[in-house]
Ligand binder design. Sequence first.
Ligand code: PMV
Length: 316
Amino acid sequence: MSITPAERSAPGKVILCGEHSVVHGRPAIAIPISGMRAHARVEPGPPGSGLRMRASNLKREFLLRDLQPDHPLGRAAHLVLDHLQQPEPDAILTLWSDLPIASGMGSGAAITVAAARALAASLDSQLSADIVSGITFEVEKIHHGTPSGIDNTVIAWERPIYFVKGQAPEPIRIHTPFHLLIANSGIASSTREAVDEVRRRWMATPSYYDVVFNCIGAIVRAARAAAEQGALQALGTLLNENHELLAKMGVSLPQLDRLVQAARAAGALGAKLTGSGQGGNIIALVEAETLEPVRDALVVAGAATVWHTQVSTGYD
Ligand code: PMV
C-alpha cells in the first residue's frame, strides 16, 4: 500500500455558553479557535515498520502495535483504519499542537481530528466532518468518560455551533464579528471530575439542578439569537448570567470570579468561566477598543496566560 505524504490541522475550541447543562440535554454554543491549532503529518515509513507515532510536544514516540487498546492515539488510528477498511500502513505520523494541554481548549480532540484527517489523506481518502466527529467522540470517551460530544463536533465542523447532545449540530451565522479573550487561571482542572461532581449534586437535588439547567438552556437560546442579530451588549449580559448560574452549580472558584469581575470592570461586555470550571479558563466578550484594557486587567487579576480570538462571520 503506498502512502501519500499528507498534513492536516484542526482548531482549538471554546465554549461560549451552556457547559455542564449540555451534558444533561440542554443546548450549548461552542466556537472554534482557528488561530490555535493541532497539526498532524503522515510520511511513508520503512517497509514492515508499521505505524510509528511521534507526539512532538510530549517528546514521545511509539508504535501502534505496542499501544494499549485504551490509548487515545492508538484508538483513533484503529478507528480510522477500520472505517477505511485498510490494514496498518508503514508510515510515520507526527503530531504537534499550539494548544495548551488539559486547558479546556480542546487540545485532545483537535489532535484526534488532525491525526484522523492526515491518516485518511495519506491513504488517499477523505473523511466527512461527521465521521471525524464520531471517531473523535469515541476517543474523547477515553479522556472524559461521558462527554456531551460538543468538543469533537465544533472541532470537526470548524464553525460556531449550537449543539444539543444526540442531535445534528446547527451552525450559527454570526452577524457581527466579536472578540473573545480567553484567560487561564493557572489552576489545573479535570473535566471528568467536574462533570461527575455536577452529576452527583444533580442526583442529590434534581429539582434544584433541573431549574438551573433549564435557566441556562434559556440563556443559550437567547445567546444564539443575540449572536445571529449582532446584539453584542445583550450577548455580554447573557454570558454574565450564565456565569452566575455556573457558580450556583458549584463549578466556579474565587480565582475565576476575580478574573470575571476584573474583565467586566475593565469594560468587557460580559465574562464567564468556560469549560468544566473548578480552574481552567474564563472568557471575556470585548469590543476592539476594550481589548487591551481588559487584557491588562486580566493579567493584573492573576491570569497566567491570556489568548485572543476573533469570532468572525466568514464561515460560509
Ligand atoms: O473540555 P472542557 O473543559 O471545555 O469542558 C467540556 C464541557 C462540559 O460541558 C463540562 C463537558 C461536556 O462533555 O460537554
